[in-house]
Design a protein around this ligand. Structure first.
Ligand code: HEM
Length: 300
């Protein structure tokens, strides 16, 4: 066994034009790796910087960071599905991972809904204006990888789009711009303007790059999709585009409207309407749903 390992090491470095003995010599002096270095724990723990004296603001920051890491895990899977030609059984494994991650996000959202002091949250949140989770770029990247851009239009967006099919015009009318655009005047909120300045070009470029190869396109081209994969894709669509939006909306309702006071959100959207899946109509795999299921989207 040891001989074989040595032979393989020698072959590896020979291929690189290097002497393997020098590298083995180096191993003699290398310090063992530690958990804290490998996981970069110390760097990670420097990344929470509250802007107020309220203790629960740290919870708010950390839970957003946890979510961003989970979104990164999801993008890690989706990029492989879109970028490589993987067989149906690997698809099933990877979509199951996406479902597991999405369940984590849904089931842990109580950390936000019940895990912060109501009055403290309602005080420190004003310090964060005009920032909003709305500006999560990874959330938008996932959408772009998962589906054709025309599925990111709501009914009004589809009407405005008319016959146009180019990606720029689709993005002009994309559902999420409704969170910060007065459609009668075209005026945009600061939250939306700053988000677009930073990321819009990147989003459009990615949508062009993956055109014809999104998860939905690939699923459509899959001959005889196994039932099990079909069910997993439907579960992903339902969890990401109905269940997470509902727990998120209920949390907004808890803090912003549980006493019927209809407070403004930090991102300034008409959030009660904007955040509801029934209004957003965001679906990744519309071809996997019946007409009835589509017209009942988000109406629980
Ligand atoms: C107390 C907790 C939370 C409240 C009250 C809340 C509230 C809101 C509101 C009102 C919006 C609409 C945009 C605006 O006007 O600001 C929004 C959007 C959004 N938030 Fe949150 N949020 C909370 C936690 C989170 C967390 C933990 C995340 C995770 C990253 C998140 C991600 C998002 C995303 C992705 C959007 C855009 C949704 C879409 O376009 O469909 N939010 N949030």
């Amino acid at each position: 066994m040891t001989d074989e390992i040595l032979k393989n090491i020698e072959a590896k470095y020979r291929q690189l034009g290097e002497n393997h003995a020098t590298y083995l010599q180096g191993l003699l002096h290398a310090k063992p790796i530690n958990y804290w270095d490998y996981v970069e724990v110390e760097t990670l723990l420097t990344l929470q910087r509250p802007r107020t004296r309220f203790k629960d603001e740290s919870i708010f920051i950390m839970y957003h960071q946890v979510t961003e890491l989970v979104l990164k895990m999801m993008l890690h899977e989706v990029e492989q599905l879109v970028g490589e030609d993987l067989p149906a059984d690997t698809w099933a494994v990877k979509i199951e991972r996406l479902n597991r991650y999405t369940s984590m996000l849904i089931n842990s959202f109580d950390v936000m809904k019940y895990g912060m002091d109501y009055d403290d949250y309602n005080t420190f949140r004003s310090t964060l204006t005009p920032a909003s989770g709305f500006q999560s770029a990874q959330f938008r990247l996932l959408e772009i990888y998962c589906t054709r851009p025309e599925n990111l239009l709501n009914t009004e967006g589809k009407k405005r789009l008319g016959e146009a099919t180019d990606i720029e015009t689709i993005f002009e009318n994309i559902y999420w711009k409704d969170a910060g655009t007065d459609r009668s005047t075209g005026k945009k909120s600061l939250t939306l303007r700053l988000f677009e300045e930073k990321y819009l070009a990147q989003f459009v470029a990615l949508a062009k790059k993956v055109q014809g190869n999104t998860l939905q396109d690939k699923a459509l081209k899959m001959p005889d999709m196994p039932d099990i994969l079909r069910e997993k894709l439907r579960a992903f669509d339902r969890m990401f585009n109905i269940e997470w939006p509902i727990v998120h909306l209920e949390t907004a309702q808890h803090y912003l409207d549980s006493k019927g006071e209809g407070k403004a959100a930090t991102g300034g959207s008409e959030w009660k309407k904007y955040l509801h899946p029934m209004y957003q109509q965001r679906k990744f795999f519309p071809h996997l749903w019946s007409n009835q299921e589509i017209s009942d989207w988000g109406k629980q």
